[in-house]
Design a binder for this molecule. Structure first.
Ligand code: NAP
Length: 276
C-alpha cells in the first residue's frame, strides 16, 4: 500500500483527493491519498516525519507552500521562481519539492492551443500573487518574448519584474484596457471572477481577434471573462485543466505511474465544482 496526502489548514475544500482517487482506481494501484490538517508552525515537523508516517510524499496547499519551500533539501527551478512548493517526495532520505503549478499551467495551454508558442509574442498576465509568479516563470521558460504584468498593487508586479531583469514590463491596473491592443495571450491569475469574489470588469473590445484568453480561476468552470471572450470567438483556456495537470508530477513520483488527464477525469472534477 503506497500512501500520499495533501496538507493544508483547513483542508475540507481541497479537491486533490478526487483527482488522485480517480487515478488510483483507473490504474488499479493499491494506494491511498488523504487530506491532513497541519497547523501553521507544524509544517516542517510534519514534512520531516513523512517516512515515519509511511507517506511517499504530499501535496501542499494554502497557507503552507512557503513553509514547505523552506523545509526542502532540494527544489526545482519553478519552486525557486515562485518561492513556494506544492509537491513533495522523498529521495534517499532527502526531501525534494517542486512547484507543479508551472507545468500545470503550461500543459493546460499546450492541450487547448497546441500551436500557442508560435503565436504568442506578447503575453499580458493579470495579478502578481503566487499563481502569477508561476505563470510568468512558465511563459518565460518557453521563450515568450514579452510578458507584461498588471496588478492592482503595482509594487508587487514591479517586485516580480525585478526578479527577471529585462524580461517583464509592468502596467498599472487602471490603464489596462489601453494595454490590450497588441496582446496575443491574456491570462487572469487574480481571484477576480472566482465564485464569491467580484468579477473582472475588463472590456475586451480592443483585444485582437486572434488573442488567446486564459483564466486560472476554475470555480466557476467558465468565468465571466472566459464567457465574454468565447462570445467574441477567442480561443479560451479554462482553469480546471491546470488543476488536473499540476497533480500529474506528484502522482507519478509517489505511485510510479504517469497518469493521463482525460475527459473523464475532467468531468469527474467538473461535476464536483458544479455541485458545491
Ligand atoms: P494571491 O497570492 O492571494 O493573489 C491574488 C491576486 O488577485 C493578487 O494579484 C491581487 O492583487 C488580486 N486581486 C484580489 N482582489 C482583487 C481586486 N478586487 N481587484 C484587483 N485585483 C485583485 O492568490 P494566488 O495564489 O495567486 O491565486 C489567485 C487565483 O488563482 C485564485 O483564484 C486561485 O484559486 C487560482 N489558482 C488556480 C490554480 C489552478 O490550478 N487552476 C492554481 C493556483 C491558483 P493585489 O496584489 O493588489 O492584492
Amino acid at each position: 500500500m503506497i500512501r500520499a496526502c495533501c496538507i493544508g489548514w483547513p483542508v475540507t475544500h481541497i479537491r486533490s483527493p478526487l483527482i488522485h482517487g480517480f487515478w488510483l482506481a483507473q490504474y488499479g494501484i493499491e494506494g491511498a491519498y488523504t487530506r491532513e490538517a497541519v497547523e501553521p508552525g507544524d509544517v516542517a515537523r510534519f514534512l520531516h516525519s513523512l517516512a515515519d508516517r509511511d507517506l511517499a510524499g504530499c501535496n501542499v496547499t494554502i497557507p503552507h507552500k512557503e513553509a514547505a519551500f523552506a523545509a526542502m533539501d532540494e527544489v526545482d527551478p519553478g519552486a525557486v521562481a515562485v518561492g513556494a512548493v506544492n509537491t513533495v517526495w522523498r529521495e534517499a532520505g532527502r526531501l525534494v519539492g517542486m512547484n507543479s503549478d508551472v507545468v500545470g499551467f503550461l500543459k493546460n495551454l499546450d492541450d487547448h492551443v497546441p500551436a500557442w508558442e508560435g503565436e504568442v509574442a506578447h503575453a499580458l498576465v493579470l495579478g502578481a500573487g503566487g499563481a502569477a509568479r508561476g505563470v510568468v516563470h512558465g511563459l518565460l521558460s518557453r521563450g515568450v518574448p514579452l510578458v507584461t504584468l498588471a496588478n492592482r498593487s503595482l509594487g508587487k508586479a514591479e517586485a516580480i519584474a525585478a526578479a527577471h531583469p529585462g524580461a517583464i514590463r509592468t502596467h498599472d491596473w487602471q490603464g489596462l484596457p489601453a494595454a490590450l491592443g497588441d496582446v496575443d495571450l491574456l491570462v487572469n491569475t487574480t481571484s477576480l471572477g472566482m465564485s464569491g469574489h467580484p468579477s473582472l470588469d475588463l472590456p475586451l473590445e480592443t483585444l485582437k481577434p486572434s488573442a488567446i484568453v486564459s483564466d486560472i480561476v476554475y470555480v466557476p468552470l467558465v468565468t465571466d471573462l472566459l464567457a465574454r471572450a468565447a462570445a467574441r470567438d477567442h480561443h479560451i483556456v479554462q482553469g480546471l485543466g491546470m488543476l488536473l495537470h499540476q497533480a500529474v508530477p506528484g502522482f507519478a513520483r509517489w505511485f510510479g505511474v504517469t497518469p493521463e488527464v482525460t475527459p473523464e477525469l475532467y468531468e469527474h472534477l467538473a461535476a464536483d465544482v458544479r455541485g458545491r
